[in-house]
Design a binder for this molecule. Sequence first.
Ligand code: HEM
Length: 499
Amino acid sequence: ALVVLLLVYLVSTFIFSSQEKGEDPPGPKPLPLLGNLLQLDLDRPYNTLLELSKKYGSVFTIYFGPKKVVVLAGYKTVKEALVNRAEEFGERDPMQIVKDSNKGHGVLWSNGDSWKDMRRFALTNLRDFGMGKKACEDKITEECEHLIEVPEKNPSDSDFFSVSLVAGEAFDTTQPMNYAVSNIICSIVYGSRFEYDDTEFTSLVDRTNRNIQLAGSPSIQVYNLFPWIGRWIATKKEFNKLTDANKKQNLELFRRLRETLNPQMCRGFVDAFLVRKQHLEESGITNSHFHNENLMNTVLNLFAAGTDTTATTLRWGLLLMAKYPKIQDQVQEELSRVIGSRQVQVEDRKNLPFTDAVIHETQRLANIVPMALPHKTSQDVTFQGYFIKKGTTVYPLLTSVLYDDNEWEKPHTFHPAHFLDKDRKFVKRDAFMPFSAGRRVCLGESLARMELFVFFTTLLQHFRFTPPPGVSEDELDLTPRVGFTLNPSHHKLCAVPCM
Ligand code: HEM
């Protein structure tokens, strides 16, 4: 009788406590080891997750191989988790490939007090060396001039867009946008920009971009799930080699900055970090987070997170303008009416509602980080009646927010009117979440928004973007290329100078 009583007690406490905590979020039945991998479109997993959310609801479980992942879908759910329950859903779950090289340092993939210190310090310095409005605007404006200038002496040596105008040829927008945007990070981080033909610069940028592509490749995704196969994965070796080369090059750049350091006049993030580190050391603080590994990894993070994202968004913007010439007409009409030929300033944004709406709509439709970056729960959580254990990986499905049909009139169409009211004034939309939200919201959001505005408007003031000769607007493909961020598929455009 005692045993029966004990059993009844154990069963009832189990039922009671699981009811109190809630059940596991529902989801498709996993296979051993493979989980739900066979059901996933591995090239575009966010599409499968979007489909599954229709069947299982806005909080569901899926197994990426042996890894259990809880997916959050739709504006209301993502906002409730990331904003209203920010602490519980605000940890990062780093992928294996980055864990191998950063060992928990930096700002993008780290957690705990070290992440807090790095995030706070990076934000302050982005503000001081970048977002401190005028300083940043000046840097972006200067970069625009380099991007579009045609050297008088030898026009065929000109960079990027002007190549098209000199030679009349269609060109790939990838490199010009990557170089221009990377130079903004260089000025913020090192305190100066580089010439576009400086191999020290081009190798740093090219390696960073190659690594971002590799991070999104199917083979690295498989390695992240099954790290024991690492030794057979060639792309993993390439990834590590490129990371090591970028570290080596940064060490050299840091050395030069250290040699010319003037604590009264910090030139950029690295100087400010070195000064802080020195102060802490002089005060006898030996366990601070301002150490060399955090310096290196935070710098690498700012490059990785702050270049490809902004450059890709700008490329989408130019592609969409070439595809929808009537919308491009309206942007150019507004720019010429409100600004004329003078340099656009951030201040002008409020007087350019249509252009602002086009930039926002580009970001919404381009949806370049469809699953945000992996989060994890910092504690046991009961959410919308479901129980999610501490340490569970969580994907906030940003696609489902940016394409949420409860929020957007035409979710799958390029429709700038999503951001305009009936008087054609710009309206903010809460479900506009390309930078995610809450505790891990993009650290570079303000900088990126400034860059997008100044680069996009300046380019459209100077050039009209068209498909290459012989290609119709309809033929310009908007299917994204597979990768860590969603890039436009390979294409070329012409930049015809505006008179
Ligand atoms: C994180 C988007 C530009 C630095 C993120 C995340 C997204 C995002 C979706 C993940 C948030 C999450 O996990 O919930 C974008 C987009 C950009 C952009 C769409 C441009 C259009 C930038 C720039 C910088 C930057 C210019 C740096 C200067 C970061 C960093 C994080 C981050 C450091 C990690 C934040 C943390 O974990 O605390 N970004 N980003 N991003 N972004 Fe951006």
